[in-house]
Ligand binder design. Structure first.
Ligand SMILES: [Zn+2]
Length: 92
């Protein structure tokens, strides 16, 4: 993987404060052997200490930065939670 993330419309917080995008409640049902997917870079968005404590839309921020990569991960998480992943999902 590589590539420089696209700049979001909104001004980013100071670099170095990459925070996880998904709430704990959403990832609890993900099997541990698949949880590594949620450690991909696109599962994180840059937030400073101030924004980390505020209720901001982290998903929208991640979507703005990572685009299709985040959308793909979010779709995977949704399917994993609903247990509707196709049997061959990891080979695509
Ligand atoms: Zn901030």
């Amino acid at each position: 993987m590589g590539g420089v993330p696209r700049l979001p419309v909104r001004r980013l917080c100071v670099p170095g404060g990459w925070q996880w995008v998904f709430p704990d409640g959403e990832v609890r049902s993900v099997p541990t052997d698949q949880a590594w997917r949620l450690r991909h870079p696109e599962a994180f968005a840059p937030l400073c200490d101030r924004c980390r404590k505020r209720k901001i839309d982290r998903r929208a921020l991640a979507q703005a930065i990572w685009g299709p990569r985040f959308a793909g991960l979010a779709r995977w998480l949704e399917a994993a939670r609903a247990e509707t992943l196709p049997p061959d999902w990891d080979r695509r």
